[in-house]
Design a binder for this molecule. Structure first.
Ligand SMILES: Cc1cc2nc3c(=O)[nH]c(=O)nc-3n(C[C@H](O)[C@H](O)[C@H](O)COP(=O)(O)OP(=O)(O)OC[C@H]3O[C@@H](n4cnc5c(N)ncnc54)[C@H](O)[C@@H]3O)c2cc1C
Length: 333
């Protein structure tokens, strides 16, 4: 296998593409978005970025710690020095004890997608290109995009998309049974950014709340606009999934007033709906989906339980799967 198509330019796609290029493969990455980053994307504004997806990430495995160190040394990532708190209905806002909160939290600088972009430097990337059909004929893959273009001659295809989108692209009968729950693996989240002159005592507030799961303030994040970002929890996001932005601005404003007692003016900035945001913990993570006879693999954060670190590990494992498959073919007499 020499020519590889990677679908998705999130952290999984960027990691697998960078790893395979280092090993001498010819890789092209396709993404429907306008830029690389996926769920690690921040929205650019004149006053700085808004982190509408992942707010930060942690590193537990040795391989991801090593990668994060490289990013730190190169200035693509910094430690988010944030003070944390817990918001619960029973106790209101309470500070987290240091012993409960020893985790180093990392952010991309100046935006969350900076490390993804760094991995993709020099990698051919076709943006604004939603692949809507795949065709495998005579050991060669052709990709068809929704703007009528086709890309042909790939020996292998790696899908690093949310699982429901993998399901749409790959004929159902070819996917293992484990993948039956693909639709339920990732759950939705509405994210809302609001500006107010009030500065919080805490930057990161974990919520045990009927509507919310996380509130962050960007005041201590390099490159960001100073504002609040609220992430609504799965149940509330799913219940009002199709409501317009105005509904979400009103909800977020009311929460800042009631729960954080903000009396100053609050200006809505942006609301974004993520259909596939974070892992459903009730569904077992399926690992990588491997169809080696077709030279097709699929994986992402969802393969191992969600989160940025698992996206990186999925990218490494996808690259290894391709390399191992090549080795086994070379060894076959
Ligand atoms: C609101 C929110 C908060 C989060 N908070 C955290 C957090 O605090 N900590 C943490 O560790 N993680 C967090 N996450 C999860 C984290 O962002 C993800 O685990 C990680 O970014 C997933 O990377 P990925 O490459 O696997 O997938 P993605 O980033 O989803 O990449 C998939 C890419 O595929 C592209 N694509 C989809 N369909 C097609 C198609 N048909 N053709 C071409 N391209 C296509 C998409 O545009 C996207 O760029 C959060 C996510 C969200 C949404």
């Amino acid at each position: 296998m020499k020519k590889i198509a990677v679908l998705g330019a999130g952290l999984t796609g960027a990691t697998v593409a960078a790893t395979l290029i280092q090993k001498g493969y010819q890789v092209t990455v396709f993404d429907k978005g306008r830029a690389a980053g996926g769920r690690m994307s921040s929205k650019r504004t004149e006053q700085g970025y808004l982190d509408m997806g992942a707010q930060y990430f942690t590193a537990r495995s040795d391989s991801f710690k090593q990668q994060v160190k490289l990013w730190l040394d190169d200035g693509q990532v910094e430690i988010w020095s944030c003070s944390t708190a817990l918001l619960s209905l029973a106790e209101g806002l309470s500070s987290l004890k240091t012993s409960e909160d020893e985790q180093a939290r990392y952010i991309g600088v100046p935006s969350m997608q900076s490390p993804v972009k760094a991995l993709l430097q020099g990698v051919p990337l076709i943006n604004g290109c939603r692949i809507q059909q795949l065709d495998y004929q005579q050991q060669s893959w052709t990709l068809f995009s929704d703007n009528g273009l086709s890309y042909t001659g790939f020996d292998a295809v790696l899908l690093t998309l949310p699982p429901a989108q993998v399901q749409q692209l790959v004929v159902q009968s070819r996917l293992p049974e484990l993948f039956d729950c693909a639709d339920e693996l990732l759950e939705p989240c509405w994210a809302v950014a609001l500006h107010t002159d009030a500065r919080p005592a805490q930057d990161a507030i974990f919520c045990q709340h009927p509507k919310l799961r996380f509130i962050s303030h960007q005041q201590h994040k390099t490159g960001r606009k100073s504002c609040y970002i609220l992430h609504f929890n799965t149940a509330f996001s799913a219940l009002y999934l199709h409501e317009a932005e105005q509904f979400w601005f009103a909800q977020a404003t009311a929460i800042l007033r009631q729960e954080l007692h903000i009396h100053q003016e609050i200006t809505p900035l942006l609301a974004h709906r993520w259909l596939y945001a974070s892992q459903n913990e009730q569904v077992a993570a399926p690992g990588l989906i491997a169809l080696p006879n077709l030279k097709l693999w699929a994986g992402g954060d969802w393969s191992y339980g969600g989160r940025v670190e698992n996206a990186y590990l999925a990218g490494l494992n996808l690259a290894n799967a391709v390399i191992e498959q090549d080795k086994s073919q070379q060894d076959t007499p």
